[in-house]
Every structure is written in structure tokens, then in C-alpha cells.
Write a protein that binds this ligand. Structure first.
Ligand SMILES: *[C@@H]1O[C@H](CO)[C@@H](O)[C@H](O)[C@H]1NC(C)=O
Length: 299
């Protein structure tokens, strides 16, 4: 019952949102700004594994880092870009510090303070320039911040999870202090990256198995809401909703079909406990074209 209500609520909400903004031709998708920015001087602390594994799951490779497999809930708003990118930054910092840092960085600070906003209409709906996100991680950094309705970290999420009736409207409001765990010093809590880059299709696997999960964007179609298991590929006439972002944590082969393994941000009720598999190697829903990551600062 909870599951049906949940599905009904995400589908109705998206239907409402799409009807509000009739998909029109706003021209090309302006998401590819800048290429391979400062991808050099990698930290020698990483032990490089250049042979691509047939199957890979970052949760098993770095079992100490609990954020890798944790499923967040973006409220089915236009904020999955923030959830995916902040989460992979958290995972990568955990991997880089060998588990000393082991918590989420704040989606809330990213959404409310960076000034970055998803495009609201047309074919680019839901899209952001991910290099701007990583530029923000580099110049400003991100404080810690856990899930909705917790006091975990400096600035925990304020976005109501999917399926909850709104009690207040979410209004991003930038705060220069810690409102979650108030004993944390806001100014000293920021984590930064030393560099950021776009990853080409050929480099995805090596990147993930050596440095941790990456953030991907893909076209979200209606049939994706109904995904439960198996390897997703779009059904012929499914309607476009918007861009969606998710965290790519691995890959494998199922019944002869190559797939990517990803963590979505629609809670654990959706998909395979919040995760999904999508066809790999054919640029399904454009998922192999705009992939980003960065390297946490050495400290
Ligand atoms: C709050 O943060 C402090 C400093 O990082 C930490 O020692 C403490 O355990 C945290 N408290 C809670 C309840 O998480």
C-alpha cells in the first residue's frame, strides 16, 4: 500500500509539473561547457588498478564507506543534480581518507548557497552545468549535512521526501551557520576538491574503480518511474519528463546484457531498494555523455 501511494505521488507530481511546462524546443542542450578541466596531477596515494573488471560494485570495493550505498530522497524536485554530485563528493572523500571522513556533505548548502539552478522548461528541463557544481566544490567547498529530519552534520537536508504531505513549502535559504549539529564550526567544516573534470565514455570504468563513484545525467522518461528490477532500457513510446542525475557505482552483466549500476535519489521504496541497472555501452537515455567527478583536497 505504501508503495502504491508512493508511486502515485511521484507520478502525479511529475505529471503536474510537465503539464505546467509544455515541452517546447528551447534549442540545444547547453550542458557541455568546458572539457577535461585540469585533469592532471593526480594524488599518488591512489593505488591504480588499470585492468577493467568485468563486474564492479563500489560498495564492496570500499566497504568502510557507508555513504556509497545509501539512498537519499530528493523529493522528486529538480534537485537530483545536487544529490548525485554532493553524494559522490562524500564517497570520494571517504575513499581518499580511507574512511576517516565517513558522512554526507550537504545538499542543502549546495542548493541554497551556490546560486546554481536547474533549467525549468523545455528539453533541457532539470539540467545544470555540472562543471559549475565542481567549481563550487573547489572554490567554496561544502559543509557536512545528513538526511532530512536529522541533526546529522552542519546543514542537513530540508527537502521533504517523496510521498510526504507538504507541511511547509521548501524555500532554499542560504545560511552561514550550522543548524543541524550546532557544535560544528561552519567556517572550518568545508570540504573542497583540488580539481574537477569531465570523464569520457572510455574512461568511466577506470575512473570508478580507482577513485570512486561518478555523477551521470540521463533523460528521464515516464516508464522509469515504474522500474522495479532487471536492466532498464527505455520503452519505445515513453514520454520525456526531464533530465535526472544519479550516482554510478558499478557495472556487470545480467542475462547477457551489459549494465551500469546506479544509486537514484528517490528513496528506498523505488526500484531495487533505491538502486537501478541501466543498459551499458549504447548510451541509453544519453547516460554516457555527461559524466563528472573531482578529487578531494589532500589534507
Ligand atoms: C556533533 O559534532 C561534533 C563535532 O564534530 C561531534 O563530536 C558530535 O559527535 C556530533 N554530535 C552528534 C549528535 O552527532
Amino acid at each position: 500500500m505504501a508503495k502504491i501511494l508512493f508511486l502515485a505521488s511521484i507520478m502525479l507530481l511529475s505529471f503536474y509539473l510537465t503539464e505546467q511546462t509544455i515541452i517546447s524546443d528551447v534549442g540545444t542542450i547547453m550542458l557541455e561547457v568546458g572539457e577535461n578541466v585540469d585533469k592532471n596531477a593526480r594524488n599518488p596515494r591512489y593505488v591504480l588498478d588499470t585492468k577493467v573488471h568485468k563486474e564492479f560494485d563500489a560498495r564492496k570495493r570500499w566497504p568502510k564507506c557507508k555513504t556509497i550505498g545509501e539512498v537519499l530522497n530528493d523529493g522528486n524536485n529538480l534537485y537530483s543534480w545536487a544529490y548525485a554530485n554532493a553524494a559522490i563528493f562524500s564517497d570520494r572523500k571517504c575513499i581518499a581518507t580511507n574512511g576517516v571522513f565517513n558522512q554526507f556533505l550537504s545538499t542543502e548548502e549546495l542548493i541554497s548557497c551556490s546560486g546554481i539552478k536547474a533549467i525549468e522548461n523545455g528539453i533541457s528541463k532539470g539540467g545544470v552545468d555540472q562543471l559549475r557544481v565542481w567549481e563550487y566544490f573547489k572554490s567554496h567547498g561544502l559543509v557536512s549535512g545528513g538526511k532530512y529530519n536529522t541533526d546529522d552534520g552542519c546543514q542537513p537536508s530540508k527537502i521533504l521526501p517523496i510521498g510526504n504531505l507538504p507541511t511547509t513549502l521548501y524555500k532554499p535559504e542560504c545560511k552561514n551557520r550550522c543548524y543541524g549539529n550546532k557544535t560544528i564550526d561552519y567556517n572550518h567544516d568545508h570540504s573542497k576538491v583540488s580539481h574537477k573534470y569531465k570523464i569520457s565514455y572510455e574512461d568511466i570504468q577506470k575512473e570508478v574503480q580507482n577513485y570512486g563513484p561518478v555523477s551521470v545525467q540521463f533523460f528521464l522518461y515516464y516508464d522509469f518511474y515504474l522500474y522495479r528490477n532487471g536492466v532498464y532500457s527505455k520503452t519505445e513510446n515513453s514520454k520525456f519528463v526531464r533530465w535526472q542525475y544519479a550516482k554510478l557505482i558499478g557495472w556487470g552483466v545480467e542475462n547477457g546484457v551489459d549494465y551500469w549500476l546506479l544509486v537514484n535519489s528517490w528513496g528506498k521504496e523505488w526500484g531495487q531498494n533505491g538502486l537501478f541497472k541501466i543498459k551499458r555501452g549504447t548510451n541509453e537515455c544519453s547516460i554516457e555523455t555527461a559524466i563528472y567527478a573531482g578529487e578531494p583536497e589532500r589534507k
